[in-house]
Design a protein around this ligand. Sequence first.
Ligand SMILES: Cc1ncc(COP(=O)(O)O)c(C=O)c1O
Length: 339
Amino acid sequence: MIDLRSDTVTKPTKEMLDFMMSAAVGDDVFGEDPTVNELENYTAALFGKEAAIFCTSGTQSNQIGINLHVNPGGEVICHYESHIFKYEGGGIARNSGASIRTIDGDRGRLKASAIEKWINPVNDVHYPLTQLVSIEDTANRGGGAIYKIQDIEEIRGLCDSHHLPLHLDGARLFNALVETNVNYKLYAENFDTLSICLSKGLGAPVGSLLIGSKNHILQARRIRKVFGGGMRQAGFIAAGGLFALKNNIARLRDDHAHAKEIESVMLTLPWIVSVVPVETNIIVALVDGDDTRNRIITKLKDHNILCLPFGPKMIRFVTHLDISPENVDFLLEKLRKIN
Ligand SMILES: Cc1ncc(COP(=O)(O)O)c(C=O)c1O
């Protein structure tokens, strides 16, 4: 199978597995797993933050991050297509009792000017208290769109002037940073908390990290325990993450080159109406209707190629570690033959 549904489908390579199998482990709930500690320290240092905590998933690291910043009755501002709102099972309401102000923005990205309109007046008791702004980089529903650093800095400035924390859902942050070459530490300065995923483009089997100040991460440890995320000999999986961070970041550019190649061929195909301009590893193709969408997905599946229905008339393809140049050639050959 050539599985282009998501970059979450990667399997660990032999080198990664060997590294994982030889990890030193201990009881991480006691803080005694050397490999988890190494991963957390390594990641915090990479982003110039004081601390980090290893979490089971991107959903968990986002939900812990949100829970840190908001109280029941508070409000989170995010894009209406953001993962934290759309795909985390109502977690903000369920875990944190907060309401959500969803707003629009180009390709899943927010602008400070749009956010500003929705920060509620603190002294008017009618309104929920705005307690957090959260953005996603790259934006999945925006077809892997990257934030401009200037836009993030403006959002930070706005948050500062309203004493609001800013959280990043950076499930695919490394895809953004290998393209922009923005310094990791300068980037991270804009956020109170950052969630990054190891199990997407980086190719580790499991895990995410929440990164922030010592105080925030200390509180996050309590929240993670309550959410059932305290793990014991987690070093075996943390090692996969360490391996991924040390070996698999720069190669994300190969995935982006593959995605660009697929985009350029798609733009020549008569049955494709348009392609959301590719910025990273996500390709969203628009066709003329859901029947066409379903027909294409089925035809590709007949050739052992998997892709994802991504909404009305939309098909998503995601390139990743397990997609070789030969796989891309095979896909392009089959795409060209569809009529
Ligand atoms: C943008 C974004 N944030 C968060 C997540 C959640 O990650 P996980 O599947 O590890 O919970 C995903 C998952 O695909 C995602 O795409």
